[in-house]
Write a protein that binds this ligand. Structure first.
Ligand code: ZN
Length: 191
């Protein structure tokens, strides 16, 4: 198990567009090791997802997993998903005001607009091509991680600068209302 250091906003590797993983390299110990380190680091930090460039690997892959997450108690569960060389397509114009945090942006949260119906295509860790439609709140998590691969962090997308707040302030003043806002979305889409 290798828990790696998470780079913080402003680091040049986080700010750059990450490179495609050559498909033939997916089975190699190097790429499989990256996947294992991503999973270990995400779980250690109670993240809902983590992108490779957050741990200093400048390539296009990320992992997502949501169980009983103390950082995000209102998030619907998502099984462990390994995502290599993804593309994301918006299926509709409908968006949701998503309040987000990030392991690379310590202590801060803020509101961004995310699409609620997307189609994702990617390779899994076995090198199999996958295409899925993702609807509801989990679509926000996918877009957050996908943005990392293009050097975009949630503060770059914040729509209302007044929505920036600390995690403590969010929990004290906003989390209850936000959980209801999420619950309505999850009730509509079942995820
Ligand atoms: Zn992030």
């Amino acid at each position: 198990m290798t828990v790696r250091k998470v780079l913080q906003i402003g680091h040049p590797i986080l700010a750059a567009r990450a490179n495609e993983v050559p498909i033939e390299n997916i089975p190699t110990p190097e790429v499989q090791g990256w996947v294992d380190d991503l999973i270990d680091t995400m779980r250690d930090a109670n993240g809902a997802g983590i992108a490779a460039n957050q741990i200093g690997i400048p390539h296009r892959l990320f992992v997502i997993e949501v169980g009983n997450n103390p950082r995000y108690p209102y998030k619907p569960k998502v099984p462990l998903t390994v995502v290599i060389n993804p593309t994301v397509r918006f299926l509709t114009e409908e968006t949701f005001v998503s309040n987000e945090g990030c392991l690379s942006v310590p202590q801060m949260r803020g509101n961004v607009d995310r699409h609620v119906e997307i189609e994702v295509s990617y390779y899994d860790r076995d090198g199999q091509q996958q295409t899925h439609e993702i609807r509801g709140y989990s679509a926000c998590t996918w877009q957050h991680e996908y943005d990392h691969l293009d050097g975009i962090l949630f503060p770059h997308r914040v729509t209302d600068a007044q929505s920036f707040c600390s995690w403590d302030v969010f929990q004290e003043f906003q989390q209850e209302a936000y959980a209801s806002h999420v619950k309505a979305l999850v009730a509509k889409w079942g995820a």
